[in-house]
Write a protein that binds this ligand. Structure first.
Ligand code: ADP
Ligand code: MG
Length: 360
């Protein structure tokens, strides 16, 4: 009799602890995030600002064409999106019913690619009666710095360098960002990709240039540094200078590129990195800011990462460089941006549409 009473009290106690735990868990926002702006289909789960999973499906189909083919990209997104989300749920050990909100990349990007992610996010939210959170892809690259413990303090400067963008951004708050400098023509990633094409290397070129640069002398060849006013950039003149340099030398030695691949890549990488870092230093000095971050696909570049750390050590900067998995396009950065919008209650309706161009 005594034993069964103790058991009943014990079971009631367990039940009430479980109930309060469940209530607490419900308060923790669990966000499903979708990224499909270019040629990566990515899904991530974040719970209370912690990334539980980040699945990235790359599209190899574009290699044969030397660049992303938009129509093919959207078709592959259609094939990849459901498996990517399923895998993200599995990796995070989270069920569809645990999700509290769906964040998605609204733009900027390829319209057809964005449409796949936006439509999926809207359908999922509609089926599960969940709020939707729109995310600007370029803001998300910057906000990737709020994944993990080592976070920059506001205001800070971020050099966002990708295949489509090159910007120096002044970040005053999570969603209060100002572009203070940007490219007037090609992006830094484009300069990497176009150079690698001139050298006959496969797409995407940035990682190939990085690989060869590690084996070469960065001072072997001198390429020009464009003189652009303010904090803006230009890369098209550099691209032409590299093209003429290669054409001139190949006339003298048909094997010039093959014989000197490592030195050419190291010299090009050094010039692109110094163009970027010199402007970043100018902006840091002018704004008196010491917290300096890198973001976007080109921030995976070894020379640029080392260059920033060296410049940071000389100038007393706190440098923030994302983990490699958060440099190129990924849904974890969409999830962390989504988490901060969730906290503000910043949601959108089912009438939302993607935007190929979307200012910061
Ligand atoms: P986007 O969002 O514009 O598609 P991403 O943020 O995915 O761009 O970045 C892709 C760009 O990053 C490509 O131009 C690619 O060549 C470049 N990139 C990736 N890794 C490296 C690297 N290690 N070194 C230099 N460039 C790189
Ligand atoms: Mg990107």
């Amino acid at each position: 009799m005594q034993d069964s009473l103790t058991l009943t009290i014990y079971l009631k106690l367990i039940h009430s602890i479980n109930k309060s735990l469940n209530q607490q868990l419900k308060k923790v926002p669990v966000i499903l995030a979708i990224e499909s702006s270019c040629d990566e289909t990515s899904a991530a789960i974040c719970a209370d600002g912690m990334i539980l999973s980040n699945v990235i499906a790359n599209q190899t189909i574009h290699e044969a064409y030397g660049g992303v083919v938009p129509e093919l990209a959207s078709r592959v997104h259609q094939q990849n999106i459901v498996p990517a989300v399923q895998q993200a749920l599995l990796d995070a050990k989270v069920s569809k019913n645990d999700i509290n909100a769906v964040a998605f990349t609204r733009g900027p990007g390829l319209l057809g690619s964005l449409l796949v992610g936006v439509s999926f996010a809207k359908a999922f939210a509609l089926a599960k009666n969940l709020p939707l959170i729109e995310i600007n892809h370029m803001q998300a690259h910057v906000l990737a710095h709020f994944i993990g413990d080592n976070k920059p303090s506001f205001p800070f400067l971020c050099l966002t360098v990708s295949g489509g963008h090159t910007q120096i951004v002044l970040i005053k708050d999570y969603f209060d960002m100002e572009v203070i400098g940007q490219t007037t023509d090609d992006a830094a990633g484009e300069a990497m990709d176009k150079t690698s094409k001139i050298l006959g290397l496969p797409y995407p070129g940035g990682p190939m240039i990085d690989k060869y640069a590690r084996l070469g002398n960065p001072d072997a060849y001198k390429f020009p540094e464009p003189q652009i006013p303010g904090f803006d950039f230009s890369f098209s003149g550099l691209k032409t200078a590299i093209l003429y340099f290669i054409q001139k030398n190949v006339k003298l030695n048909p094997n010039f590129v093959q014989d000197n691949m490592a030195d050419i890549c190291a010299s090009v990488e050094k010039r692109i990195a110094t163009i970027l870092l010199n402007k970043l230093k100018k902006a840091a000095d002018e704004y008196g800011i010491k917290d300096i971050a890198l973001a976007g696909g080109v921030s995976a570049n070894t020379g640029l990462r080392q260059g920033l750390l060296e410049m940071g050590a000389k100038n007393g900067w706190n440098c923030f460089i994302p983990k490699l998995e958060y440099c190129t396009d990924n849904a974890a950065m969409i999830a962390i941006a989504g988490y901060h919008k969730y906290l503000k209650g910043d949601f959108v309706g089912q009438n939302i549409a993607p935007l190929a161009r979307m200012p910061l």
